[in-house]
Design a protein around this ligand. Structure first.
Ligand code: HEM
Ligand SMILES: [Cu+2]
Length: 565
């Protein structure tokens, strides 16, 4: 490792330490490669579920679906998150990265694990889906790959914590850490819990696959797997919400309406996330109804509350900042005059609205014990979680990338015109895709199913024509979204390869502490903006009304499942 240097980006005022910078670049680029692979696989998944196309043979479909889930939700998201952790520590706190050699070891383990897992899936015989429920068995290399990846990610978290210590010791910042860093700390704490749960369940399953032990209880597997699977979604949420705050700060100089409230909301994630994972066990025998109801109908709402606080205070902060600039006419001038042509902002805002309205409302509906049975194991479920992990997390990471191309990668973006369109194409077609999946799911269309028509099955089932129509629309929406995703990859990879090189700022052997005047300084400081956001309040009321209506519509559906008289 060469001696460390620091450069201050002339465009953003952010300071990058050389080791942290290379690691961020390498992790982010690997993430995009995983997104590319997962996106290509999405073509196979979508074109098979589109009834008129029904492309892949059954065994190929399940193999491709397994790899799509893992490449997207594990490899794309977590490689990117490690880059975000290094950014939120070393860059925002303006210090060197702790133990860069160990950070490289973490990266190497993640890479080896990801490649091993993919190669194993594509050899066949390991199409166990990303949840890999026992007693289905995959090759030992499938589990070993995931375990190596997890160990690598855990190392990344510890390098992040170490970097916080370095910043404290070198006094590179004053007072509390910035909110964005605070959110990343929350994400990393949850990650440690998450990875521990993953280890507790995947290591015995690995032993089972090599014949060292002879049983893993399926119910225990599911319970612990979801302590891992659900918490990892809470990491994603904490990470993408931190980025929303960062974008609000970068694009508007916006400060949170109340630092204290925002920090408190982040803490709620740590306190209540494990309880919320009970919503994955709602149809399981073995855990009592009372336990399910208490966990999913009461405790889960604390985690939801936290997301709603962020969903309110981020647009609120933007509104306050815009009003301060004079956009004061009516309820919504601040929003109309927002930089809709800047993909960093538009991506973030499309993500926020879609995450709240589509992901949030559907999540609370399905997390209700009684309502869950209407949509359990239907394609409603991927409809819901594409609204959270694609519209929420993935689109946010895309938006952040547009900021990072000139700042971290030191390149001018190719095709700024296409980049302007990309968040709309990807985000809005994803909205549509999620909605029609939820529609098809409400009609009972199963998830993870190769053949909707059940051709050749002993007992036939007649779907209403609308089910086929909806699945056709899933196909069209999916292809449009994949095109939007392809555009992102073309623009980012193209900019890295062919974009004009930009001046990165002179390297220096010393760091400079956080300045107050840099354009992105709001992302690096502490402070509240006060509470005067009437437009945001109206948006929140629209949300509330949509929520209540949709919730009651589903109780009505439920009442129609069985005629009682
Ligand atoms: C344009 C992009 C995408 C399209 C068109 C797409 C399409 C689909 C479809 C249709 C399914 C459900 C198949 C079924 O249950 O029969 C699915 C499953 C899934 N997708 Fe995506 N997807 C996309 C992007 C993503 C992204 C970005 C992520 C994660 C960040 C993701 C994560 C998953 C997961 C975890 C599953 C579940 C796999 C399983 O059931 O084990 N997808 N995808
Ligand atoms: Cu969950």
């Amino acid at each position: 490792m060469s001696a460390t240097t620091y450069r201050t980006c002339p465009r953003s005022g952010l300071q990058f330490e050389s080791n942290a910078e290379t690691l961020m670049v390498v992790n982010a680029v690997t993430a995009v490669v995983a997104l590319l692979v997962g996106g290509i696989l999405a073509i196979g998944v979508v074109l098979t579920r589109w009834p008129a196309v029904h492309w892949l043979a059954a065994d190929t479909f399940y193999m491709v679906l397994t790899a799509h889930g893992i490449d997207m939700l594990i490899f794309w998201v977590i490689f990117f998150e490690i880059a975000v952790l290094y950014f939120a520590s070393s860059t925002l706190l303006r210090c060197r990265l702790a133990t860069p050699r160990i950070a490289w070891l973490g990266f190497a383990l993640m890479l080896i694990g990801a490649v091993m897992n993919n190669l194993t899936v594509f050899q066949g015989g390991s199409s166990v889906m990303m949840t890999s429920y026992v007693p289905m068995m995959a090759s030992p290399y499938f589990y070993a790959g995931l375990i190596l990846f997890a160990v690598g990610a855990l190392i990344g978290c510890f390098v992040f914590f170490g970097t916080l210590v370095v910043a404290k010791r070198d006094k590179t910042y004053q007072g509390s850490v910035p909110l964005v860093t605070f959110g990343a700390i929350v994400a990393a704490i949850i990650a440690v819990f998450t990875i521990a749960s993953g280890a507790i369940i995947l290591i015995p399953t690995f032993f089972l696959s090599i014949g060292l032990i002879d049983q893993v209880d399926p119910l225990i597997y599911r319970t612990i797997w979801w302590a891992f699977g659900h918490s990892s979604q809470q990491i994603n949420v904490a990470a993408h919400i931190s980025i929303w705050y960062a974008v609000a700060a970068i694009a508007f100089g916006a400060k949170p309406m109340s630092e204290r409230v925002s920090r408190g909301a982040f803490l709620l994630y740590i306190l209540f996330l494990q309880l919320a994972s009970a919503h994955h066990l709602l149809a399981d025998p073995g855990v009592s109804t009372a336990w399910k109801v208490v966990n999913t109908s009461y405790f889960m709402y604390f985690a939801v509350l936290a997301s709603m606080i962020h969903g309110l205070t981020i647009p609120g902060a933007i509104e306050v900042a815009q009003r301060a600039k004079g956009y004061n006419n009516g309820l919504f001038e601040w929003l109309r005059k927002a930089p809709w042509g800047n993909p960093v902002f538009s991506g973030m805002f499309i993500s926020l609205i879609g995450f709240g309205f589509l992901g949030g409302i559907s999540g609370v509906m399905m997390g209700t014990e009684q309502l869950n049975m209407i949509i359990h194991n239907t394609i409603y479920v991927p409809g819901h979680f594409h609204a959270t992990v694609v519209v929420g997390t993935t689109l946010t990471f895309m938006a952040l990338t547009y900021f990072l191309i000139p700042v971290l990668f030191k390149r001018e973006m190719i095709h700024p015109g296409l980049a302007k369109l990309q968040p709309y194409m990807f985000g809005l077609s994803m909205y549509f895709f999620c909605l029609v999946m939820m529609g098809a799911g409400t009609l009972g269309v199963p998830r993870r199913h190769w053949d909707l028509s059940f051709a050749g099955a002993a007992m036939a089932y007649e779907w209403p024509g609308a089910a086929y129509l909806m699945m056709g629309l899933v196909g069209i929406g999916g292809v449009a979204a994949i095109t939007g995703g392809g555009l992102y990859i073309y623009i980012t990879v193209g900019s890295l390869l062919w974009g004009k090189k930009l001046d990165g700022g002179k390297p220096s052997a010393h760091f400079t502490p956080i300045p107050v005047s840099a354009p992105s300084a709001a992302a690096q400081s502490y402070g509240s903006a006060g509470f005067a956001a009437p437009g945001t309040f109206v948006l929140a009321m629209v949300f509330l009304v949509s929520f209540v209506l949709y919730y009651f519509i589903n109780w009505k559906y439920l009442s129609q499942v069985w005629g009682l008289s």
